[in-house]
Design a protein around this ligand. Structure first.
Ligand code: TXA
Ligand code: MG
Length: 339
């Protein structure tokens, strides 16, 4: 299959492919998604095979307006309603109890709930409207690899397997949306941290719970996706949480073991150690976790093109957006910190 890169002006052509049951990758504010008509079982099955995704891991359904949700879910609670009014379009996915036969059975992996979100990207909202159907949209990477933040990343992973990619440049947030379970409105629970932070959610709806079990371990999935290894490049990833002395020690330790070191860190660290290592990728401005979140996945992918065998990656404080950043980095590193 020839995979076409569609320019923003070609959104109608991309929508036509989706109507025909083909797969189109679409841009969002978080990462690129792999789109298919969420009501078309054959199309949704193709998403799993193109990604190599285990079929017990359900997909997020993307809509173009808040009002669309009520036709698919059993109930829109007041809590859910407030959240959608405040954060949609944006990086917040909500889990609802789903109406029977609202979507292709494979989209929800046979669960009685569904994940829904309205992405903050004008082109993709237009794509959904033109298609006339809600779209499933897992991140458009090969399962297990870092999520794509550019059309080139999508093309690299899925070329020949999908009909096209709607190219709208680099995504802004860089990490997948926050997943919040609101099936019990009295106990809203974060299943996956993202750019819509716990603090921001609590300002609107009060106490929000975090399912640490899902986020930090590999056991019993409620968000089934949590049990799989994620976001991993081919190289080993080791997290460095410390000052220059610590970085120096980490670099020397791995070089003594015959490894070629790649540095994934803020600009100041890159500048300081550039001459001593095999490759570097800047996570942007010093102390900016926003930059680091935006650049993490492209950085993890970058080292594939270098001689680096170990990536030393910078830790950030685990609050606000740093919670999501560290969640993804720990998964990429298999929780391996340099000590
Ligand atoms: O930012 C994002 O959310 C991106 C963009 C493309 O929209 N999409 C994305 O999709 O990250 P995906 O499929 O890679 O992640 C969906 C997550 C998985 O962890 C999955 O297990 C969870 O949402 N999920 C989906 N349906 C669920 C459900 N009914 N109950 C619990 N978790 C669910
Ligand atoms: Mg994903």
């Amino acid at each position: 299959m020839k995979t076409i890169i569609y320019r923003p002006s070609e959104v109608l052509k991309a929508a036509l492919k989706l109507q025909q049951g083909e797969l189109i990758s679409f841009p969002t504010e978080t990462v690129y998604g792999l789109g298919a008509d969420a009501t078309n079982e054959v199309a949704v099955k193709k998403v799993y095979s193109a990604k190599g995704r285990p079929s017990d891991n359900p997909l997020i359904v993307h809509v173009s307006a808040i009002e669309e949700v009520e036709q698919y879910v059993v109930e829109v609670s007041e809590v859910a309603s407030k959240l959608m009014e405040t954060f949609w379009p944006g990086p917040l996915t909500l889990i609802f109890k789903v109406k029977e036969q609202a979507f292709a059975p494979t989209a929800t992996a046979g669960l009685d709930s569904v994940a829904m979100r309205m992405p903050d990207n004008a082109l993709t909202l237009q794509l959904i409207r033109e298609t006339g159907k809600p779209l499933v949209g897992p991140s458009a990477n090969t399962s297990g690899k870092p999520s794509p933040t550019t059309a080139e990343h999508v093309f690299h992973d899925l070329k020949g397997k999908i009909a096209g990619v709607l190219d709208d440049g680099e995504t802004g947030v860089g990490l997948e949306s926050t997943v919040l379970d609101v099936t019990d409105p009295a106990r809203p629970t974060i299943l996956r941290p993202g750019a819509t932070t716990k603090e921001a959610l609590e300002k609107i709806i009060g106490t929000v719970y975090v399912d640490r079990h899902l986020i930090s371990s590999d056991e019993v999935p409620k968000a089934p996706g949590m049990k799989y290894k994620h976001y991993s490049p081919n190289e080993a990833v080791v997290i460095v949480d410390g000052n220059h002395e610590m970085w120096q020690k980490a670099i020397e330790t791995y070089q003594k073991q015959g490894e070629k070191v790649g540095l994934l860190a803020e600009q100041a660290i890159v500048d300081h150690f550039q001459k001593n290592v095999s490759a570097t990728y800047s996570l942007g401005e010093d102390k900016s976790v926003k930059d680091a979140a935006r650049l993490l996945y492209s950085g993890l992918r970058y080292f594939e093109k270098t001689t680096a065998t170990v990536i030393l990656a910078q830790a950030y404080a685990e609050n606000g957006l740093g919670e999501a950043y560290m969640n993804r980095l720990k998964k990429a590193a298999g929780n391996h910190f340099f000590e």
